[in-house]
Design a binder for this molecule. Sequence first.
Ligand SMILES: [Zn+2]
Length: 108
Amino acid sequence: MSENRVELKSCPYCGGRAVMKDDRLGRNYAECQQCNARGSAVLSEKTAAEYWNSHTGNSSVAASTLAELKTMMTDALDFAAKAKARAKMAEGMLTECIGAIDKLQRRA
Ligand SMILES: [Zn+2]
């Protein structure tokens, strides 16, 4: 039980505390003390911990990815709004320039 201890993340289902256990075949698995959810049973305690942690990891990655996407889209929306304002400004300037050219052409 002492090979490279890896800390276990809290349960992905209920948030309970997980502990490392071993079955009679000498395999290790992480188990939630609250809802009894189990990770895969493997010989290496470290690997069993990694399996359990990657399971919890997935849901937190999904949440952070969603938050990241939302930030990116909010930025893009802001950029689009600014681009729209600049396009409007450019439109006004171009219209003015064309008007000025028209005047010069009428004089010539
Ligand atoms: Zn649980």
